[in-house]
Design a binder for this molecule. Structure first.
Ligand code: 0A1
Ligand code: ZN
Length: 878
C-alpha cells in the first residue's frame, strides 16, 4: 500500500452505470497459471442514462490482462486503461459483449481470496470482493447476472469439477484433460460465484422438498474423510425441512453441493448451490469432534443453507447492507438451533457470545453501527456487530411483532424482493407494511453504535397494590457518534411473588430516555426479573440485593434469567474481590475472605442449581460456570488481568472444595456406558460431568487431577477427552505431558483435530506458555499459511489467554505484533481480524496501554502494510 487507503461512504452509493446480464466463463485450470476467458453481456442502466461512449469500469486486481474485445473487435492497448483497481474503456453501444482474457496464479494465492489451491484442490472465495481477482467485472452485489461456467482441468488431479447451478455438459479433452459446463439459472452477484476442482471423495443423500421435488445432496471432502460427514448431512436435511416448516421457504434447484476445504479465511460461504466450508465445520465423528464441534457444524450448515433465501434469492444492494443478509440469517440459524436443542440453553450461549465478542467491539475503538456508514476494507466488517447485533435487531422485530406478524413481514419481504439486491430499509419497510406498524425509532439500531446501558428501580405501593418500574437508558459516545438518541426496545418483565410464581409476566416497550411502567393488581412486594430472555441487547445496571439474585437463581420461570442472576451474583462478587486483591497486595484468598457471607451464599446457591434434577443438564452445566476472564476485564477499568485470573481461580477452588461431595456424585452419576451420540441430551450430560470435573480439579486435591488423567486415557470420545485435557492443561501433573503426547501422535496427520492441540497449549495458564508457543511455530504441522493453524496457536493466545497476552513485561504484545507483521504479507484478511486484541489498550493500566500502543505503532510502520491491517491498526490506536 503506497498511499492512505480511500474511505468508502454509504451516502455516496450510486446505481451501476452498466449491468452485466449474462456471464460466460471458461477456466483452463493449472496451479501456476490459470487462464480465464470471460464473455460479458453488458447493458447500460437506463436509470443512469448511460450509453455509447460512456466509460465502463470493471474491477480487477493482481491479474495479468491478456486481451479485451468489444463486440468481437479486439481493442488496442490505447483503447483501454488498466491500473491497480481495474479496467476502463468506452462503451461501444448500450448493449454489447465484452470478451476478456486474464491469467491468474492459484498456487501463489496465499490471501485465499479469488481462486486458490487448498491441499491439492482448486477452490474459490469471492465474498466480498474476490471475484475481481479472477477476472475483470463490476464486482458489486447490485450487478446480478446468470452464469455459464466451463471448467477444463487435468482428469487425474481434478476428477471432480464443480460450479454453481446445474451440470449441463461434460466430457474428455486431449492431453489427459476433461471439462464440465455448469449453468446457474438464478441471476446472482459475483460474490456468490464458486468453482471447485480436485480429487475429492463424495458422500451423497437426498431430500424431497415440500412440493415433491427430489434434491441430490452431496458433500465433497478429502479422501479418507467420508466417515466424518454424517452429522453435516443430517444437519443439512434438518435445515431444509425447518426452513419449509417455519418460513415456508423451499430449495430451488435439483442439487445442493457442499465442499470442505482445509484452507479457508472464515467459517463457510453460501455460494449458490455450492457452499464451501472450512473443513472444521463439516468433519466430525465421535472420536475426533466435541459436542461443541457438533453444535457448530449444525448451526453453520444451517446458516449457509438459509442464505439460499436470505442472501442469495434476495441479496444486498451494497456492502453497507451486509447485515440485511447476515443479521437475518444468524437470527434464523439461532432459532433453528433453539428448535433442535434446548431453547434457553441456546439463548444463553448466544448471549454469552454476544457479550464476549460484540459488546467489547461496541465499546472499543472499532465500534460501528449494524449498518456502517463507511469503510476502507469491507472484509473488516464481517463483525460481531453486523452479524450478532444484527441478529438481535431482527429478534427485537420478532418480539415486537409476535411470530405471526413477523412471518407476515417475512412473506412480504420475499414476495416483494425476490431476485433483487436491496437495503436494510427495504427489509424494515416490508415488516412495517405487513403489520401496519412504524419502525422509525427501532431502525436507530441500524445506525447507532454502542451498547445501551439500562438502569431500573422499582417501587411497590402495598395499599394501591401497585408496582412502579422506572427505567432509563443511555448509550455512551462511540467513534464518530458523540451524541446518542434513545432507542426503541422490548423489555420482557416478570414480577415474582414470594412463592416464586409470576405475579406479572409482560413485555413493555422502552422508547424514551427514561420511562415509568405501572403494574396494577400486584398482590405483594415482588422480585423483579428484568429483560427476560435478553429481550433487548443491553447492559443492565442493577443493585438488586444478593438475596434477590439467589431467589431468582432458584425460582425465575424464565430460565435465561435464572442463569443471568447467577452470572450477576458471581460478577459482583468477583469484582469486589478483585478490588480487595489489589488493595491487599495480591492475596486472592484474603480477598475472598473479605467478602463476608457472600462467597458462602453464592456457592450454596450454585450448589442448589447443580443438584436440581428438575433442570436440564445442559442448563445446569452453563449455570455453574463463572463469567470468563475476558468478560470480567470488560467490567473494570483499568482491568488487571493478573488479579482477575487469581481471584477467579481462587473462587473456583472454593467451589470445588465447598461442593466436593455433590460434584463428585454428579461426576460419577453422569458417566455413561452407552455409545456416543451427539444429541443435545447426551451432550448436556457430558457437559455437566465436565463442569464437575473441572471444579473437582480446581479444588487442588491431587486425586482429581489423577481422575482427569484417567478420564483422558479411558474416554471413547473426543468430548470427554478434551474435557479432561483442558483441565490437565493448566497443571504440572504428569498426566498432562502424557495426554498431550498421545494426542499429538494420534492426530499428527489430521489438521482439523491437531488444531485443538495447538490451541490448548496456547491458552494454558502455565508460566511457560509463550515459550512453548514460540517452539510450536516450528512444529512440522504448523504453517502461517493456514488460517486455522494461525487462529489456533496465535489467535487463541491473544483471545483466550489474557493473563499471558497481557504479561506486564510486554512480551505477549511484542510476540503478537511480530506475527501480525509476518502474516500481513501472507494473508491480510486474517492479519486484520487478529489485530483487534491490541486495540483494547484503553482498558488497561498506563504501562500496559503504552506497550500495546507501541506494538500497534510497530504494526503500522510495516512497509507495504495491507489496507485490511492498516484500517484496523490505525483505528485501534486512535
Ligand atoms: N457470508 C459468509 C461468511 C464469509 C464472509 C466473508 C468471507 O470472505 C471475506 C468468507 C465467508 C457467511 O456469513 O457464512
Ligand atoms: Zn452468513
Amino acid at each position: 500500500m503506497s498511499e492512505q487507503p480511500q474511505v468508502i461512504h454509504r451516502k455516496d452509493y450510486k446505481e451501476p452505470d452498466f449491468f452485466v446480464e449474462k456471464v460466460e466463463l471458461v477456466f483452463d485450470l493449472e496451479r501456476d497459471v490459470t487462464n480465464v476467458k470471460s464473455r460479458l453481456f453488458i447493458a447500460a442502466n437506463p436509470a443512469r442514462g448511460t450509453g455509447k461512449g460512456d466509460e465502463v469500469f470493471l474491477h480487477g486486481e493482481d491479474m495479468k490482462l491478456l486481451s479485451v474485445a468489444l463486440d468481437g473487435v479486439r481493442l488496442a492497448s490505447s483503447d483501454f486503461d488498466v491500473d491497480a483497481e481495474g479496467l476502463r474503456f468506452a462503451a461501444p453501444g448500450s448493449n454489447f459483449i465484452a470478451e476478456i482474457e486474464t491469467q491468474i496464479s492459484p498456487a501463489n494465492n496465499t490471501r485465499l481470496e479469488g481462486l486458490y489451491v487448498s491441499q491439492s484442490a482448486f477452490c474459490t472465495q469471492c465474498e466480498a470482493e474476490g471475484f475481481r481477482r479472477i477476472t475483470y467485472f463490476p464486482d458489486r452485489p447490485d450487478v446480478m447476472a446468470t452464469y455459464k461456467v466451463t471448467i477444463n482441468a487435468d482428469k487425474t488431479n481434478c476428477p471432480v469439477l464443480l460450479s454453481n447451478g446445474n451440470l449441463i455438459d461434460s466430457g474428455d479433452l486431449d492431453g489427459g484433460r476433461h471439462f464440465a459446463v455448469w449453468e446457474d439459472p438464478f441471476p446472482k452477484p459475483s460474490y456468490l460465484f464458486a468453482l471447485v476442482a480436485g480429487d475429492l471423495a463424495c458422500v451423497e443423500d437426498s431430500f424431497v422438498t415440500m412440493s415433491g421435488r427430489k434434491v441430490a445432496l452431496r458433500i465433497f471432502v478429502e479422501h479418507g474423510n467420508e466417515d466424518r460427514c454424517d452429522y453435516a448431512m443430517d444437519s443439512l436435511i434438518r435445515s431444509m425441512k425447518w426452513d419449509e416448516e417455519v418460513y415456508g421457504l423451499e430449495y430451488d434447484l435439483d442439487l445442493f453441493n457442499i465442499v470442505a476445504v482445509s484452507d479457508f479465511n472464515m467459517g463457510a460461504m453460501e455460494n449458490k448451490s455450492l457452499n464451501i466450508f472450512n473443513a472444521k465445520y463439516i468433519l466430525a465423528k465421535p472420536d475426533t469432534a466435541t459436542d461443541m464441534d457438533y453444535e457448530l457444524i449444525e448451526s453453520i450448515v444451517a446458516h449457509e443453507y438459509f442464505h439460499n433465501w436470505s442472501g442469495n434469492r434476495v441479496t444486498c444492494r451494497d456492502w453497507f447492507q451486509l447485515s440485511l443478509k447476515e443479521g437475518l440469517t444468524v437470527f434464523r440459524d439461532q432459532e433453528f438451533s433453539a428448535d433442535q436443542r434446548s431453547r434457553p440453553v441456546q439463548r444463553i450461549k448466544d448471549v454469552a457470545q454476544l457479550r464476549a465478542r460484540q459488546f467489547p467491539e461496541d465499546g472499543g475503538p472499532l465500534a460501528h453501527p449494524v449498518r456502517p456508514d463507511s469503510y476502507m476494507e469491507i472484509n473488516n466488517f464481517y463483525t460481531a456487530t453486523v452479524y450478532e447485533k444484527g441478529a438481535e435487531l431482527i429478534r427485537m422485530m420478532h418480539t415486537l411483532l409476535g411470530p405471526d406478524g413477523y412471518r407476515k413481514g417475512i412473506d412480504l419481504y420475499f414476495d416483494r424482493h425476490d431476485g433483487q439486491a436491496v437495503t436494510c430499509d427495504d427489509f424494515a419497510k416490508a415488516m412495517e407494511d405487513a403489520n401496519g406498524i412504524d419502525f422509525t425509532q427501532l431502525k436507530r439500531w441500524y445506525s447507532q453504535a454502542g451498547t445501551p446501558e439500562l438502569t431500573w428501580t422499582g417501587n411497590y405501593d402495598a395499599d394501591a397494590k401497585q408496582f412502579r418500574l422506572s427505567v432509563s437508558q443511555k448509550t455512551a459516545p462511540t467513534p464518530g457518534q458523540p451524541d446518542k438518541q434513545p432507542l426503541h426496545m422490548p423489555i420482557a418483565i416478570g414480577l415474582l411473588g414470594a412463592d416464586g410464581s409470576d405475579l406479572v409476566a409482560q413485555m413493555v416497550e422502552l422508547t424514551s430516555d427514561s420511562q415509568e411502567f405501572v403494574f396494577d393488581g400486584v398482590s405483594e412486594k415482588p422480585v423483579v426479573s428484568f429483560n427476560r430472555g435478553f429481550s433487548a441487547p443491553v447492559n443492565v445496571m442493577t443493585d438488586q440485593p444478593d438475596e434477590e439474585l439467589v431467589f431468582l437463581m432458584g425460582n425465575d420461570s424464565d430460565a435465561f434469567n435464572r442463569w443471568e442472576a447467577g452470572q450477576k451474583y458471581a460478577t459482583r462478587l468477583m469484582l469486589s474481590a478483585i478490588t480487595a486483591y489489589e488493595e491487599n497486595g495480591g492475596d486472592a484468598d484474603a480477598a475472598l475472605d473479605a467478602q463476608g457471607d457472600s462467597v458462602e451464599s453464592f456457592i450454596a446457591a450454585m450448589g442448589a442449581t447443580l443438584m436440581n434434577d428438575d433442570l436440564d443438564k445442559a442448563f445446569r452445566a452453563d449455570a455453574v460456570m463463572l463469567p470468563g476472564e475476558e468478560f470480567l476485564s470488560e467490567q473494570r477499568k483499568p482491568a488487571n488481568p493478573e488479579a482477575i485470573h487469581q481471584v477467579r481461580k481462587a473462587l473456583r477452588k472454593r467451589i470445588g472444595l465447598g461442593l466436593m461431595g455433590d460434584l463428585a456424585n454428579t461426576y460419577h452419576q453422569n458417566a455413561s456406558n452407552a455409545a456416543f451420540t451427539p444429541d443435545a441430551t447426551s451432550a448436556g450430560q457430558r457437559a455437566l460431568r465436565a463442569a464437575s470435573l473441572s471444579y473437582l480439579v480446581a479444588s487442588e486435591k491431587g486425586e482429581y487431577a489423577d481422575l482427569a488423567a484417567e478420564q483422558y486415557r479411558t474416554a471413547d470420545n473426543m468430548t470427554d477427552q478434551m474435557a479432561a485435557l483442558s483441565v490437565l492443561n493448566n497443571l504440572d501433573h504428569p498426566g498432562r505431558a502424557e495426554a498431550l503426547a498421545d494426542f499429538e501422535e494420534r492426530f499428527a496427520k489430521d489438521g482439523v483435530v491437531l488444531d485443538k492441540w495447538f490451541a490448548l497449549q496456547a491458552v494454558s495458564s502455565r508460566d511457560d506458555t509463550l515459550a512453548r508457543i514460540k517452539d510450536l511455530m516450528s512444529h512440522p504441522a504448523f504453517t502461517m499459511r493456514n488460517p486455522n493453524k494461525v487462529r489456533s496457536l496465535i489467535g487463541a493466545f491473544a483471545m483466550g489467554n489474557p493473563r499471558a497476552f497481557h504479561a506486564k513485561d510486554g512480551s505477549g504484545y511484542e510476540f503478537y505484533a511480530d506475527r501480525l507483521i509476518e502474516l500481513d504479507d501472507i494473508n491480510p484478511q486474517v492479519a486484520a481480524r487478529l489485530c483487534a486484541p491490541l486495540g483494547t489498550w484503553a482498558k488497561y493500566d498506563g504501562e500496559r496501554a503504552s506497550l500495546m500502543k507501541a506494538a500497534l505503532e510497530r504494526v503500522l510502520a510495516k512497509p507495504e502494510i495491507s489496507r485490511d491491517l492498516y484500517e484496523i491498526a490505525s483505528k485501534s490506536i486512535a
